[in-house]
Design a protein around this ligand. Structure first.
Ligand SMILES: *[C@@H]1O[C@H](CO)[C@@H](O)[C@H](O)[C@H]1NC(C)=O
Ligand SMILES: *[C@@H]1O[C@H](CO)[C@@H](O)[C@H](O)[C@H]1NC(C)=O
Length: 496
């Protein structure tokens, strides 16, 4: 009796201390794993279970601790106990699945170690267990194995997990639904073949049916899974759309939970990107207005899918790009360029603006009028920004400028534009000025004409040609008057 009590007390103490990060190294140094090993086979179930719980907490703590658990050879014994058919072992199974998950989650290498000791088959058997806690724990472990790479996900699929995970979506317990949806998401994300397996098991309908679920954590995973399915190709995206996720997903853009919002916005983006038909469908469902509104009340990473969605929609066609403009998408992207500070956010906004402005002069005008060109130029020429951001800003500038005939929006760029951008700007002036007398006058009074006389263009270059075309729109005296050195040459004449 006393010995039993002592074991119980000991294992509970270890389990408690395993929750305290500062204790873990000390426990490891005193050989805690070797002390836990025999307790995992204890004849008292509660001792077994507490020992497994302690082990799971240790494994969860760090890579190194998980490695040590793999190295000490406990895993095969744990896996064996998972497949035993004994109802009194339920809590133990749950704890064992927790250990496997806690090891697998750290790295592909550790997850592979879990696969190699035969855990996947044993975990799949647990998915059929009556007890919801065991199901949940097993599904969670499978997700943490599948998440790392396509090969690991494939081994989870090969063990026959997918139909059982799909069945779990119908369980009454929210925790089981959530973890199953999450595992399906982790499997689907890697490639179209794996997503197809998930879809073929009938997951889409069941996932969509969970959208009205009041449980936030379920919703997060449902949108995540649908997004990971829809992202791969048109067919899969169409299947998601056909299951009538719209307009529900748009309501979720206003969800109080940031992750629900972000996953819903990601799904909208993934559907919009594949074809103009799908994008049109999203637009018809009110997607643009909803996304622009969403972008108005989110920041940073959570806002990102909205930023990209506008670009994807606009990329498909002139008309779709115009609907983005009409929905105030350009103005919103202008706000993103002003109030975000991470390079990747600015890069995404720049890219989307380029996709909107590149179609026609009308589109370019809308972008220019939102006063984003000076900001794009600044992003392009400032050294400290990332290479990716500078390239995206440059490409956006080039796409918009080469379509822009609103000269008053281009002129402010004269001061700072480097030669490669200036070339495109002058190209636009050379197209517009010959046919527009008001613009010709404005160009003189604004000082633009004087400024371009100061440019030393390589003879024969495009830039030189544009300058010649522009100069030819004006009487020779005016050009001479604005050329550098003109006052001096006048004075010289006096000397004669
Ligand atoms: C596992 O570790 C993570 C941090 O790495 C922590 O957020 C999580 O709560 C831990 N899980 C358990 C069950 O202890
Ligand atoms: C189930 O486990 C309990 C406790 O470990 C044990 O007493 C019992 O004999 C086992 N039953 C079977 C059918 O193995």
């Amino acid at each position: 009796e006393q010995y039993k009590k002592a074991r119980q007390q000991f294992v509970q103490t270890i389990a408690d201390q395993s929750c305290q990060p500062h204790m873990i190294d000390i426990l490891h140094q005193v050989g805690v794993l070797n002390l836990l090993k025999p307790l995992l086979m204890d004849c008292v179930p509660s001792i077994q279970q507490t020992a497994a719980t302690a082990l799971g907490r240790l494994a969860n703590h760090s890579d190194a601790m998980a490695e040590a658990i793999v190295d000490c050879g406990i895993l095969p014994q744990l896996v064996y106990s998972l497949s035993e058919q004994n109802a009194s072992e339920l809590f133990y199974k749950k704890a064992v699945a927790f250990v496997l998950r806690s090891v697998a989650r750290h790295s592909p290498r550790l997850a592979l170690a879990i696969v190699q000791c035969g855990a996947v088959d044993a975990l799949v058997i647990c998915l059929e267990e009556f007890d919801p806690g065991v199901k949940e724990s097993a599904a969670w472990a499978l997700g943490d194995i599948a998440k790392h790479n396509p090969e690991l996900a494939q081994s989870v699929v090969d063990a026959g997990s997918v139909p059982l995970l799909v069945t779990c979506l119908q369980e009454p317990e929210h925790a089981v639904k959530r973890v199953a949806a999450s595992a399906l998401s982790e499997i689907s994300k890697h490639c179209v073949e794996l997503a197809q397996v998930v879809v073929d098991a009938g997951s889409i309908c069941l996932l969509v049916r969970l959208i009205p679920c009041p449980e936030t954590k379920v919703k997060r995973q449902v949108y995540s899974a649908l997004g990971q399915i829809a992202k791969h190709n048109i067919d899969l995206a169409e299947m998601v759309v056909d299951a009538e996720v719209f307009p529900y997903v748009l309501h979720s853009l206003k969800d109080p939970d940031d992750i629900v919002k972000k996953n819903a916005a990601t799904l909208v983006r993934e559907v919009s990107k594949h074809s103009s038909e799908l994008a049109q469908l999203v637009v018809n469902a009110g997607g643009l207005g909803a996304v622009v509104e969403y972008m108005g009340c989110t920041r940073g990473n959570i806002r990102l899918p909205g930023v990209m969605m506008l670009g994807y929609v606009a990329a498909h066609s002139e008309n779709l790009a115009m609907t983005v403009i009409v929905s105030k998408g350009v103005v919103m992207l202008g706000c993103v360029l002003c109030d975000e500070c991470e390079d990747y956010m600015l890069a995404a906004a720049a890219w989307s603006l380029g996709q909107i402005g590149r179609h026609t002069p009308e589109h370019a005008k809308a972008v220019a009028m939102a006063n984003v060109l000076p900001r794009l130029l600044q992003l392009y020429i400032t050294e400290s920004y990332s290479e990716d951001l500078k390239i995206k800003a440059k490409n956006a500038l080039k796409s918009v400028i080469t379509k822009c005939t609103l000269l008053c929006a281009l002129e402010p760029l004269f001061q700072e534009a480097p030669e490669n951008i200036m070339k495109h700007i002058l190209g636009q002036f050379s197209k517009v000025l010959p046919h527009d007398s008001q613009a010709r006058k404005d160009f003189v009074t604004s000082g633009g004409l004087k400024k371009i006389q100061e440019i030393k263009a390589e003879p024969g270059s495009a830039m030189a040609e544009y300058i010649t075309v522009i100069n030819n729109c004006y009487p020779e005296e005016i050009i001479r008057y604005y050329s550098p050195g003109y006052p001096e040459s006048l004075l010289e004449k006096l000397n004669i």
